[in-house]
Design a protein around this ligand. Structure first.
Ligand code: PEP
Length: 248
């Protein structure tokens, strides 16, 4: 039985007071027994939000992590720094990092490895662009993005990770993959991993991301291979985010 997970990705939104108020509203809406809910906070506010949500059911995540361990990498944030600030999850390979900041399958795999080495759970984001989907390349893109990590980290590394399938055409666009479209890719990802290790594939959390809102979350989350969501825009409003979480 897989534990569901709903993660918010705040991206580059809000200032210190906004982040603290949002985190406070989320934790006010949670009960002591809740689990499987996290927020990925901008780096500069990670420590402070981390202190606020410490000892609450809300887990702390980052939106990226360096692909190197330490040293002369100006502007980068290492996995050990994140661990030191109480981070549980780190997004790696979000499509905005791939498209706007030249992240490649190799740098994403290196980030994945760095996070895991420090005990931070990498959330590997994969997904196709509209052009790739229309060119029937969805599964080839998934294979490439997934294989780069498996080649560098080994399939066993997936045991302590999360995968987020995020079709690029659905991120921040208001277009959501249909429940069936999302399920088809989630099932494909799980089957691909099962070819290498059935036990890991069975317990792996695979989240869906791309314009998940309170009105479509329940149907998406009821698909057999969708174990929760990575939520961008709707995670900036505590009520919407909690409503999505309660849809699980
Ligand atoms: C995301 O940023 O990962 C995301 C899925 O964004 P949105 O929910 O806004 O599409």
């Amino acid at each position: 039985m897989r534990q569901p997970l709903v993660m918010g990705n705040w991206k580059m939104n809000g200032l210190r007071a906004d982040g603290l108020a949002l985190a406070q509203s989320i934790i006010d809406g949670l009960n002591a027994g809740d689990q499987g809910i996290a927020v990925c906070v901008p780096f500069v506010y990670i420590s402070e939000v981390g202190k606020l949500i410490e000892s609450t059911p809300l887990a702390l995540g980052s939106q990226n992590v360096a692909d190197q361990e330490k040293g002369a990498f100006t502007g980068e944030i290492s996995a050990s720094m994140l661990k030191d600030c109480g981070v549980t999850y780190a997004l790696v390979g979000h499509s905005e990092r791939r498209t706007c900041y030249a992240d490649t399958d190799q740098t994403v795999a290196a980030r994945f490895c760095q996070a895991q080495k420090e005990g931070v759970i990498p959330v590997l984001c994969i997904g196709e662009t509209l052009e790739e989907r229309e060119g029937d390349k969805t599964f080839a893109v998934i294979d490439e993005q997934l294989n780069a990590v498996i080649e560098m980290a080994g399939v066993e590394a997936l045991a302590n990770s999360v995968i987020a399938y995020e079709p690029v055409w659905a991120i921040g666009t208001g277009k959501t993959a249909s429940d069936e479209q999302a399920q088809e890719v989630h099932k494909y990802i799980r089957e691909k991993i099962a070819e290498k290790d059935a036990a890991i594939a069975e317990q792996l959390q695979i989240l869906y991301g791309g314009s998940v809102k309170p009105n479509n979350a329940k149907a998406l989350f009821s698909m057999p291979d969708i174990d929760g969501g990575l939520i961008g825009g709707a995670s900036l409003d505590a009520e919407s985010f909690l409503s999505i979480y309660r849809s699980i």
